[in-house]
Design a protein around this ligand. Structure first.
Ligand code: ZN
Length: 445
């Protein structure tokens, strides 16, 4: 591969930091002025804060701009024009695509795109897919329901943009999808980590197909859940498929904002299109150095119908210690990926617990199946955590040995004790999309 062939955009992806920062300031000012002029929601927000677009002269000034969050978007969408409300910054007739958020609680947020914005979405995904090695000779399988949620829609168009051949596997069931991938010798796949593991399970158990040997998938885009940034889960996916698995992150309101490179050494922020800040959850101060986790505040450039400016995404992230990545990209990296959501991190017995820490422990023990379930209840004044796991049918050591290993690792990684329940393989619930393995039932007890 020639050096410049590894990047979708060789200029922007290798721009020196100082120039990248100048570029960020210019782009931030542009989207701020656009929103101020065209969105009643943003104009009111900034007028109330006494801020005008001209007040932003340096990147540090960005912190003067009021933050936004999901509840504000929902509130603005109760107003005209229906259904996008006062954030809409283009005439309604310019909207060509309807999407909505896929969260399982609360009213969804609607997301409009103009054709230009939609091209932006495909372009932003192309940076990532190209970094994973997708090329025009690839045949890409998309096993997802083409619905109102944004999910892998942009992945579909980005793969086409790169020149790949795209197979839409929407209406097929899991078995039919696997057989289609085999028949057409598909070389790449995009899905959620939960479904990537679930498909491999179905292939082996119901069809007698070993994805690593009998299929041709060699690169997998994992999105929609943290899985691919959790080492234990990533290893399971890569071994099951005999493929490289790359972590990709995004959200409906923000767009696709981060990807892994071939070095698989942390998530690169897609700084061609986004300004990412990290804020301390307790103090609200900006974290610029590695070593401390915080909540992501993100601004999206060049997406004009529904601007996203200093949006508090509640994703918990941390800057990576080394500045330079071996891939040569100058886009800043995160340590791991999105390690959790501010909403998901709860205090149990006075200790901060991220559900991803439990997943890392379960999936790092080979004698345990992929599935697990956590339930926190209150017994009197005391929090009580139950962890259900599945024992693999061919697990060599007895349940006592596995239990000892699990207890020790949980104590080490989460600092907590659990009631453990071992179940037969295949008896815990399976999920296709966003999983609900962590249940906090304390308020209902
Ligand atoms: Zn890199």
């Amino acid at each position: 591969m020639k050096p410049d062939e590894q990047y979708w955009n060789p200029i922007l992806e290798t721009l020196p930091r100082q120039k990248l920062q100048q570029f960020h300031l210019k782009k931030f000012k542009q989207i701020l002025a656009w929103a101020y002029e065209n969105s009643p929601f943003y104009r009111r927000l900034y007028k109330e804060a006494g801020l005008e677009p001209g007040d932003i002269k340096t990147l540090d000034d960005v912190r003067k701009v009021p933050k936004t969050e999901k509840s504000m978007l929902r509130e603005a969408q109760r107003r005209e024009p229906y259904p996008y409300g006062t954030i809409l910054s283009v005439p309604l007739e310019q909207v060509t695509e309807y999407r909505q958020t896929s969260g399982t609680t609360g009213q969804p947020v609607y997301h409009p795109e103009t054709w230009q914005d939609w091209e932006w979405s495909a372009e932003s995904w192309a940076y990532a897919l190209y970094a994973y090695g997708y090329r025009d000779y690839d045949r890409v399988f998309l096993p997802f329901g083409y619905s109102v949620n944004i999910a892998f829609w942009a992945g579909h168009y980005a793969a086409e943009k790169i020149g790949c051949e795209v197979i839409p596997g929407g209406v097929l069931d899991t078995e039919a999808r696997i057989l289609k991938m085999q028949e057409l010798k598909a070389t790449a796949l995009m899905a959620t980590p939960t479904y990537i593991l679930g498909m491999a399970d179905v292939a082996r158990k119901r069809l007698g197909i070993d994805p690593a040997k009998d299929l041709y998938i060699r690169k997998i885009t994992a999105a929609g859940e943290p899985g691919a940034c959790i080492p234990g889960t990533k290893k399971r996916m890569e071994e099951a498929w005999g493929a490289k698995v790359y972590d990709q992150v995004g959200a409906t309101e923000i767009g696709h904002w981060g990807f892994e490179c071939q070095a698989q050494a942390g998530l690169h922020v897609l700084e061609a299109f986004h300004l990412v800040e990290i804020e301390d959850i307790e103090t609200g101060t900006t974290i610029t150095e590695p070593g401390k986790k915080g909540s992501m505040v993100v601004t999206t450039f060049d997406r004009f119908a529904h601007p996203c400016i200093r949006f508090d995404s509640k994703d918990i992230i941390e800057w990576n210690p080394e500045e330079k990545c071996e891939c040569g990209r100058t886009f800043r990296r995160l340590k791991g990926g999105v390690v959790g959501r501010a909403d998901d991190i709860t205090k149990v017995k006075g200790v901060l617990l991220a559900p991803t820490a439990i997943e890392e422990v379960v999936r790092s023990i080979p004698e345990l199946g992929d599935e697990y379930e956590v339930a926190v209840i209150k017994k009197g004044d005391i929090d009580d955590i139950t962890l259900k796991v599945e024992l693999m049918p061919d697990a060599k050591p007895g349940v006592e040995a596995v239990e000892a290993k699990l207890v020790q690792q949980l104590r080490l990684k989460t600092g907590l004790r659990y009631n453990l329940e071992f179940h037969d393989y295949g008896t815990l619930p399976r999920y296709d999309v966003k999983s609900k393995r962590f249940k906090d039932l304390r308020r209902k007890e």
